[in-house]
Design a protein around this ligand. Structure first.
Ligand SMILES: CC(C)(COP(=O)(O)OP(=O)(O)OC[C@H]1O[C@@H](n2cnc3c(N)ncnc32)[C@H](O)[C@@H]1OP(=O)(O)O)[C@@H](O)C(=O)NCCC(=O)NCCS
Length: 153
């Protein structure tokens, strides 16, 4: 089934909050998602024939030392492992249109780490002391390099 990647609209903040189990109990996360949508920095993937129902979403901004950064990717639990996360990250890469893009995740987050490895991200540092005993791993992808690798020029 075909899916579309599009910018989230203010009218769907509530449905995005429902997708994310963290948002249920974390006010900071709820406020962050609300701000990101209002700033036009949040993108969703949905089925082409059901465009009003987001399957997952991701955010893109320049909060990381002025570089393009993906601070958050969330796929609804019912739609995981069907390529939605990959489509969100790839869509954000295309939208950034930059030479490189950064993201990060906890060391304990094997699904996200696997997804990033799968998409060609490289390790780019580590930040201790954000979550106790669970360092934040920074990743980068060199987008122009990836194009050269893929297209051979
Ligand atoms: C991480 C997350 C976004 C992945 O989304 P997803 O839609 O399930 O991922 P995809 O189906 O696109 O998977 C792409 C690749 O990622 C890897 N992957 C995804 N989930 C995985 C899992 N549970 N175990 C191992 N590898 C996994 C695989 O390599 C997969 O490719 P494959 O299915 O061909 O093997 C999703 O699990 C999620 O929303 N988690 C909660 C929020 C979160 O932790 N976000 C990341 C930090 S901000």
């Amino acid at each position: 089934m075909s899916r579309q990647f599009r910018r989230a609209g203010p009218g769907e903040i509530e449905s995005l909050l429902k997708i994310d189990p963290v948002a249920e109990k974390d006010t900071y996360r709820r406020e962050y998602i609300t701000r990101a949508v209002r700033a036009g920095e949040c993108w969703v993937v949905c089925e082409a024939d059901d465009p009003g129902v987001p399957l997952g979403y991701g955010c893109l901004d320049r909060s990381f030392f002025g570089e393009w950064f993906i601070p958050l990717v969330v796929v609804s639990s019912a739609n995981r492992r069907s390529g939605v996360g990959r489509q969100i990250v790839s869509g954000l890469e295309q939208h950034a249109g930059a030479e490189k893009i950064f993201t990060s995740t906890n060391a304990s987050n094997s699904p996200m780490r696997q997804l990033l490895t799968n998409l060609g991200y490289q390790h780019s540092g580590i930040v201790e002391n954000l979550d106790p005993g669970d360092p934040e791993l920074i990743f980068v992808k060199f987008l122009s390099r990836a194009r050269i690798d893929r297209d051979g020029f």
